[in-house]
Design a protein around this ligand. Structure first.
Ligand code: ADP
Ligand code: MG
Length: 916
């Protein structure tokens, strides 16, 4: 007997030939190293520049891929209880030769067809083994970045769901492909390896409607195809990221529950729907990426920062197809769309596509159904696809089993072109770069701001310092300039003063060029420059100038010292000269006195000579000697001092010659005689006893005539002296006045230069001033004016007489006022005497001072005079007199005046003078 396989020889009949060149192993690990890197040119002018040298890691969609045929394994379900019983008498319709990866399908009792698969899994194959053979290579491939598909195809009840979706909760060994695949994926997704992420969608395709098994309300999800890449996606589907196995199992259970509920509601069987589990895996490729450089080609930032990470996105699709039994029954007959749908349009479309692909047909009707659209990448695409066909052992379902095997055989012919889908994670990089850029911009702005602030602060500080330095320099310069200027001015002033003094004293011109020299050397005032360097330069210049100035000051100081020395010498010389001058003055005074004595003697001698002459002429030598020696005031003291001898001689003369005779001589032709005669009359008039006789004899008239007619200084002097003596008598005073004496005395006072003449005239007027009756006439005929006029001669004797006259006059006025006869302002004041009185009230010569003090006190007594006196400054003098005057009467007078006069009281109050 031939073996089944041998006898049948059906390897070439109705079934795919065994391809000996083809690897029978399901170990179809691809070779990713054969991937050709694609260099992508940088987008012009946009974003950071990519490394143009290209990197081996640069991913790209290469058209070239690894050829990857769809792998097909067949799994035989063990007989179930029903089959055990119903088929107990029948042998299985299939016989497996797993070691040869062959399946023998009994056609009838004597004929079998032998089929070869990539893997043959007996009814004893464990779930683990099934996973490792069918699914694991795909899972590993997916983890490497390829898309993958694991699909179960077979008649209802043959174990599709058992193989794929078993959760294995009661018995872990029962865990199906879904659970085990996730276990392997999650093993990659360790907590340390955040570079991997997996998310899940779970869908059901029923009657060409995609339903979300994770969200039942979402029951019509559309399929979206990228027109460029052809990538298929379901944007409306719920996607849940999976972190652990437990949550995944929960999710599967939830999906299963929803599937059951949905099918109950629609009154359908789960066997007529396709369950599709989609696992989306995203992983970063370690150590690979594109470094992005800055504009100038230098990498400023960490390479890590700028490396666009490479991301591989892959998708594992696990499809638990609807039961394949209905397809065969419906055949290839035409149906309406709804009929086709209910029959399972998608499953038949899948068969057609696989046929087309297996036969390398030009047209693959991918777009005919949603399933084929969804599985576009799984058959004839870029995914690694592994198909498990499940069959039952029962001969009753032989037709279904054959059909399933046939589907598997055709699928084995489908070639896919495996491609890794890598991409730069530009979005992620961009996000990261955006954040970093924002940070950098913020940091840059912050730094720029603080830099700007710092610059402004420094600039402001510098500006302030410059201003302050400028101000300080300016102040310093100004101060220095002022000091030097003052020192120069002082020095020059001193030198000029000394120069003038010396020039005056020595009477010689002193040339001092240095003065001009210095005066022309004013320090230059420099205005402060804004520039600090300029200021520095100026400061240096100023320092030099200052040094020069200091040297000059030293020079000047030396010169000043020299001048001081010579000044001291000059001063001592002045003192010497003064001493000499004083000596001279004393000597002169002595000489004057001597002259005076000598003149008197001369007068006497001449008188004696006259007498001798007359004696000789008349023969008599005797004069009556009855004249007493009267008290006199204006014949020089020396005359009196000359002794009784002289007095006696005068008396003798008067007696001997006779008064009439002497008076007649006043008009003698001979000038000398006239002079002597006048002198004799004057001497006689000095004696009070002679005065009346002289006047009666017409002596007064003669004397007045002499004043009017004579030009001789001596005669005038002596005549005036005689009149003065006569004027001591009140009767004579009136006679003098009535004979126009006052105007003659005034005339004489105006013409005379000799102090002694003036003294006599002043004395005469002063005597007249003491007469109460003559006040008005004296003033009216110019007597006061004449008196005041004589102060032009500064001789103290003249001034003393003037003062005496004023005092007399004031006393009379005061007296008249007391008696109530005088009401008006003082005639002295009217005649302008106030100033002189006040000026001389404190004259150093005591006769002048005493008379003036007295005059002032009398004037002040009259309230009517007070205003003029106060205006002239009399108050101070009165206060002084009242305090300091050595004469008690005058002091008392002043005191009384000050305490009684309302005007002076008011003035003292006003001036805050504390006088009491
Ligand atoms: P399908 O999904 O193809 O309709 P199921 O997976 O639901 O079939 O299997 C039908 C029945 O057969 C189930 O009760 C299941 O437990 C059982 N079964 C399937 N395959 C096996 C197997 N290999 N070993 C044991 N029991 C199996
Ligand atoms: Mg099922």
């Amino acid at each position: 007997m031939a073996t089944t396989s041998f006898r049948n020889g059906s390897l070439s009949k109705g079934a795919p030939k065994m391809d000996t060149n083809r690897s029978l192993s399901l170990n179809f690990a691809p070779k990713p190293s054969s991937f050709k890197p694609k260099t992508s040119a940088p987008a012009p002018g946009s974003g950071p520049r990519r490394n143009s040298t290209g990197s081996a890691a640069t991913p790209g969609k290469d058209d070239a891929g690894v050829s990857g045929r769809v792998r097909v394994a067949v799994r035989l379900r063990p007989r179930n209880a029903e089959e055990m019983e119903a088929d107990a008498d029948f042998a299985d319709c299939v016989e497996l030769q797993p070691e040869l990866k062959r399946l023998k399908l009994r056609r009838n009792n004597w004929d079998t067809d032998t089929y070869e698969f990539d893997e043959v899994l007996t009814e004893f194959a464990s779930q683990k083994r099934v996973y490792e053979v069918v699914a694991k290579p795909v899972v590993e491939s997916v983890l490497e970045g390829y898309n993958g598909t694991i699909m179960a195809y077979g008649q209802t009840g043959t174990g599709k769901t058992y193989t794929l979706g078993r959760l294995g909760e009661e018995n872990a060994a029962d865990r199906g492909i879904m659970v085990r695949a996730m276990e392997d994926i999650l093993a990659e997704l360790s907590p340390q390896n955040e570079a991997v992420s997996v998310s899940v969608s779970y869908l059901q395709l029923y009657m060409e409607t995609v339903q979300d098994l994770l969200d039942p309300s979402n029951d019509n999800i559309s399929i979206v195809e990228d027109p460029k890449t052809g990538d298929v996606s379901l944007p409306g589907a719920t996607t849940i990221e999976i972190r652990d196995q437990k949550s995944f199992v929960e999710l599967l259970r939830l999906g299963e529950a929803h599937r059951f509920a949905a099918n109950t509601k629609l009154n359908t069987e789960s066997s007529r729907s396709h369950a599709i589990l989609m696992l989306h895996i995203k992983r970063h490729v370690k150590g690979r990426g594109s470094t992005i450089y800055s504009e100038n080609g230098t990498s400023h930032l960490a390479t890590k920062t700028l490396k666009a990470p490479i991301v591989r996105r892959s998708k594992l699709v696990v499809v638990d197809l609807a039961g394949s039994e209905r397809i065969d029954k419906s055949g290839s007959e035409a149906h309406t769309l709804e009929e086709a749908k209910s029959i399972n349009l998608s499953l038949s479309a899948l068969g057609k596509c696989i046929n087309a692909l297996a036969e390398n047909s030009a047209h693959v009707p991918v777009r005919d159904s949603k399933l084929t659209r969804l599985l576009r990448d799984s058959f004839g695409g870029t995914a690694r696809t592994s198909l498990v066909i499940t069959i039952g052992p029962s001969p009753r379902h032989r037709g279904e089993t054959a059909s399933t095997i046939s589907f598997g055989q055709r699928a084995m012919k489908v070639e896919n072109m495996l491609k890794i889908k890598e991409e730069f994670d530009y979005k992620g990089l961009s996000r990261r770069l955006d954040i970093q850029l924002d940070k950098l911009i913020a940091e840059h702005e912050r730094q720029q701001k603080s830099f700007q602030d710092e610059i402004e602060r420094i600039a402001q500080e510098a500006q302030n310092r410059i201003i302050e330095a400028e101000r300080n320099y300016a102040d310093l310069l100004e101060n220095e300039r002022m000091v030097y200027q003052k020192e120069y001015a002082d020095a020059i002033k001193k030198l000029e003063e000394q120069w003038a003094v010396n020039q005056e004293r020595r009477g010689k011109v002193v040339h001092d060029d240095s003065c001009n020299k210095f005066s022309s050397r004013e320090p230059t005032i420099c205005s402060a420059s804004e520039d600090a360097t300029e200021i520095k330069k100026l400061l240096q210049q100023e320092t030099l100038l200052r040094k020069a100035a200091e040297e000059e000051i030293i020079d000047l100081k030396n010169q000043v010292a020299q001048w001081k020395r010579s000044e001291a010498a000059g001063n001592s010389e002045i003192l010497k000269l003064r001493k000499m001058l004083e000596d001279e003055a004393q000597q002169k005074a002595r000489l004057d006195e001597e002259i005076s004595i000598l003149q008197n003697r001369l007068l006497q001698l001449s008188f004696e000579a006259d007498k001798t002459t007359r004696d000789l002429d008349r023969g008599t030598t005797t004069l009556p000697s009855s004249l007493d020696s009267p008290h006199h005031q204006f014949i020089h003291q020396q005359l009196r001092d000359s002794g009784d001898e002289e007095k006696a001689s005068m008396a003798n003369l008067f007696e001997q010659v006779g008064l009439q005779k002497i008076l007649s001589l006043l008009e003698a032709e001979d000038a000398d005689v006239r002079i002597h005669a006048v002198k004799v009359v004057a001497n006689l008039a000095a004696e009070e006893a002679n005065q009346e006789k002289i006047v009666k004899a017409g002596g007064l008239t003669s004397l007045l005539t002499i004043l009017r007619s004579s030009n001789d200084e001596t005669i005038l002097r002596v005549a005036a002296g005689a009149i003065a003596n006569l004027a001591m008598n009140e009767t004579n005073q009136e006679l003098i006045m009535s004979q126009g004496g006052i105007s003659l005395l005034s005339l004489t006072s105006m013409n005379a230069e000799d102090p002694q003449t003036l003294r006599m005239v002043a004395g005469a007027i002063a005597n007249l001033c003491g007469n109460d009756k003559l006040q008005a006439r004296l003033s009216g005929e110019g007597g006061i004016k004449a008196l005041l006029g004589m102060v032009r001669c500064r001789h103290p004797d003249v001034l003393a007489q003037v003062a005496r006259g004023i005092a007399n006059f004031a006393k009379c006025e005061s007296r008249a006022h007391t008696q109530g006869t005088k009401m008006g302002k003082s005639l002295l004041i009217e005649n302008g005497a106030t100033t002189w009185i006040i000026q001389n009230a404190n004259n150093e010569a005591s006769p002048i001072r005493r008379h003036t003090e007295l005059a002032l006190c009398h004037l002040a007594k009259l309230e009517v005079n007070a205003k003029d006196l106060i205006n002239g400054g009399a108050l101070w003098e009165l206060v002084r007199i009242a305090r300091d005057c050595s004469r008690d009467d005058i002091r008392t007078l002043a005191h009384q005046t000050l305490t009684s006069s309302p005007s002076f009281q008011a003035e003292m109050k006003r001036m805050r003078i504390d006088y009491s």
